[in-house]
Design a protein around this ligand. Structure first.
Ligand SMILES: [Zn+2]
Length: 83
């Protein structure tokens, strides 16, 4: 199996193993679902529909893109009915 992850510095990995990841929101999918990236080792995580944090796989990315589209469309609709 080929690894597609970018090479991480040994120090960043060690740091996260020791202190834990330091996640920053990299993308807001909906009001409740976000994607996070670790500031140190750049690992990506996402909120899942059942409220857990999971590693951001291509499959989750696809789901999130889909959710974001629905969310955007819904927000636009709400604005249209509110005004
Ligand atoms: Zn990390």
């Amino acid at each position: 199996m080929k690894k597609i992850n970018p090479p991480l510095s040994a120090f960043a990995r060690l740091y996260c193993n020791f202190f834990g990841h330091d996640f920053k929101i990299s993308k807001s999918v909906t009001n409740h679902i976000h994607e996070y990236t670790c500031k140190h080792c750049a690992i990506e995580m996402t909120d899942t529909a059942n409220g857990f944090l999971a590693q951001l796989t291509p499959r989750f990315k696809e789901t999130n893109d889909y959710l974001a589209q629905i969310h955007k469309r819904r927000r636009r609709k709400n604005y249209a009915t509110a005004s």
